[in-house]
Design a protein around this ligand. Structure first.
Ligand SMILES: Nc1nc2c(ncn2[C@@H]2O[C@H](COP(=O)(O)OP(=O)(O)OP(=O)(O)O)[C@@H](O)[C@H]2O)c(=O)[nH]1
Ligand SMILES: [Zn+2]
Length: 196
C-alpha cells in the first residue's frame, strides 16, 4: 500500500454507502426510490475500481526483470497506453494516453508492467503533473535504466463537463530523466517515436 493510504482508519463499506445516500439526498433525490435503492452499493463498487491503485505498490510490479537481451541497448517505447484517472479536485475522470520509454542499462522488464505502473498511479486521485512524475520516478528507481521518458496527453472532464466547459482541450505533461533529459538526440528520437 502507498503512503497516500496512511490516512486515518478506512471507513467501513456501510459508512461509504451512507455517504452516497447523503449525496443523493443533497442532489435532491430520494435514495429509497426503486431506481436508486441499489445505487450506493454500485457507487461504492465503482469507487473500488476507480481507486484500486491505493491498494497496490507499483514498485512490486517491476521486480521481475530479464537480463538475456543479447546486449539490446536501444530505447524501449510503449505508446498510446490508455489512461483513465480521476481529478483530485473534482473527482471526475481524466481520460487520455500515456507514452512511456526507457533506455535499458542491462535489464529489461515485461512491457505489460510499464502499462501496469501507469494503471496503479492512474487509479488514484491525481493531478496530471504528479501522475507523470510518479510513473517516471518509479521506473527510474526500480529498473535503474540510463533514462526514462513519460508523456501524458489527457482530457480533464472537470474542464469539459463543468466549470469552464471547454471541450477538445488536452493537457500534455512530460517527465524526462537521465539520457532523455541530458541528451537532445535521445529526446528527439523519443518524440519522433511517439509521433510528436
Ligand atoms: N495543474 C493541474 N490543474 C488541474 C488538474 N486537474 C484539474 N486542474 C485544475 O485545478 C483547478 C482547481 O481550481 P479551483 O479554483 O480550486 O477549483 P474550481 O473553483 O472548481 O475551478 P474551475 O475548474 O476553474 O471552476 C482548476 O483550475 C482545474 O482546471 C491537473 O491535473 N493539473
Ligand atoms: Zn478537476
Amino acid at each position: 500500500m502507498c503512503s497516500e493510504t496512511s490516512v486515518a482508519k478506512r471507513p467501513s463499506r456501510e459508512e461509504a454507502e451512507e455517504a452516497v445516500r447523503t449525496l443523493l439526498r443533497w442532489a435532491g433525490d430520494d435514495p429509497d426510490r426503486e431506481g436508486l435503492r441499489g445505487t450506493p452499493d454500485r457507487v461504492v463498487r465503482s469507487y473500488g475500481e476507480f481507486f484500486a491503485g491505493y491498494q497496490q505498490d507499483p514498485a512490486d510490479i517491476l521486480r521481475r526483470t530479464f537480463e538475456e537481451t543479447d546486449g539490446y541497448d536501444e530505447m524501449v517505447v510503449l505508446r498510446d497506453i490508455r489512461v483513465e484517472s480521476y481529478c483530485e479536485h473534482h473527482m471526475v475522470p481524466i481520460i487520455g494516453v500515456a507514452h512511456v520509454a526507457y533506455l535499458p542499462r542491462r535489464r529489461v522488464v515485461g512491457i505489460s508492467k510499464l502499462a501496469r505502473v501507469v494503471e496503479v498511479y492512474a487509479k488514484r486521485l491525481q493531478i496530471q503533473e504528479k501522475m507523470t512524475a510518479q510513473v517516471a520516478n518509479t521506473i527510474q528507481e526500480e529498473l535503474d535504466p540510463l533514462g526514462v521518458a513519460v508523456v501524458i496527453d489527457a482530457n480533464h472532464q472537470c474542464m469539459s463537463t463543468r466549470g469552464i466547459h471547454k471541450t477538445g482541450v488536452s493537457m500534455v505533461t512530460s517527465r524526462m530523466l537521465g539520457a532523455f533529459r541530458d541528451d537532445p538526440i535521445t529526446r528527439r528520437e523519443f518524440f519522433a517515436m511517439i509521433g510528436r
